[in-house]
Write a protein that binds this ligand. Structure first.
Ligand code: ATP
Ligand code: MG
Length: 263
């Protein structure tokens, strides 16, 4: 549950839009008696403006949940709505289109195409759009500029550091201007300095029209997010606004004469 009362002045509810709605979602791998209950009855809503971490021990279902949010996988049962559309009943091609139109996904191991340049890798996300090659290049360059890599546009992955490769992967995720950015351990393969740089980019991308969801083992990363969902054994065991950040935002609101301060 989100801390009651504190949400009101912080979240712009008038503009906040429900981007993900999961109702009683189960993901079971294999058959009984050896079935793995990776997700065991998960219900959660994620709204535009959410800047959310998913934490929990190894095997608790974080990547499984993110894969379902990202329309990369389907649940064994339960309902998943993305931007109001029930995805579990869509044809594969419709689900791929919804994913391509609305979601940017970032993986721990970057998943760049080795023989393409940074620009080429970013532009792949635009291949199925009705755009000319020049338009794709321009948009890819814009995304590379946002992650500080415009000058490296003609480098291939092998010619870049891990941090740079992850920034290219981020550029590829944002080049379509997605409503949701999903990242599975995006800093897991990076040193502290590069991890901080990637987090700064996520913060720049944060906005009231979009949701950013980051799976992380790193509590220091989770503390930088506004909302933290904890998982254990395939279940969500807590879902809280990050109190310190909330209070500081609330103080700003109060100081600006925004309304009654809630306890
Ligand atoms: N394709 C699969 N087939 C069978 N079991 C799977 C599969 N993918 C995940 N699992 C199992 O589902 C459970 C949840 O896995 P998941 O990858 O979601 O955990 P996680 O929280 O992301 O863990 P980690 O922090 O180690 O990445 C684990 O017990 C895992 O072994
Ligand atoms: Mg995982």
């Amino acid at each position: 549950m989100t801390t009651a009362g504190l949400t009101d002045p912080v979240v712009p509810s008038a503009t906040s839009k429900n981007l993900f709605q999961l109702q009683d979602v189960y993901r079971i791998y294999g058959e009984e008696p050896v079935a793995v209950h990776a997700l065991d009855g998960v219900s959660v809503e994620i709204n535009s403006g959410d800047f959310m971490a998913i934490i929990g021990p190894s095997g608790s279902g974080k990547s499984t949940l993110l894969g379902l949010l990202g329309c990369l996988d389907l649940p064994t049962r339960g309902s998943i709505k993305v931007s109001g559309t029930e995805v579990t009943t869509l044809e594969d091609s419709q689900r791929s289109k919804l994913r391509g139109d609305t979601i940017g996904f970032v993986f721990q191991q970057f998943h760049l195409i080795p023989h393409l340049t940074a620009m080429g890798n970013v532009a792949t996300a635009l291949l199925y759009r009705n755009m000319t090659k020049a338009e794709r290049k321009d948009q890819a360059m814009e995304a590379l500029t946002k992650v500080g890599l415009a000058e490296r546009h003609d480098h291939r992955p092998v010619q870049m550091s891990g941090g740079e490769q992850q920034r290219v992967a981020l550029a590829r995720a944002i080049v379509t201007d997605p409503l949701m950015i999903l990242a599975d351990e995006p800093t897991g393969a990076l040193d502290t300095k590069n991890a901080a740089m990637v987090m700064e980019i996520f913060k720049d991308l944060q906005g009231e029209n979009r949701a950013i969801v980051v799976v992380t083992h790193d509590l220091e990363i989770a503390e930088q997010m506004d909302r933290v969902v904890s998982m254990r054994d395939g279940k969500i065991i807590s879902d809280d606004l990050n109190r310190e950040r909330t209070e500081s935002l609330q103080d700003q609101f109060w100081e600006s004469g925004g309304g009654t301060k809630l306890e």
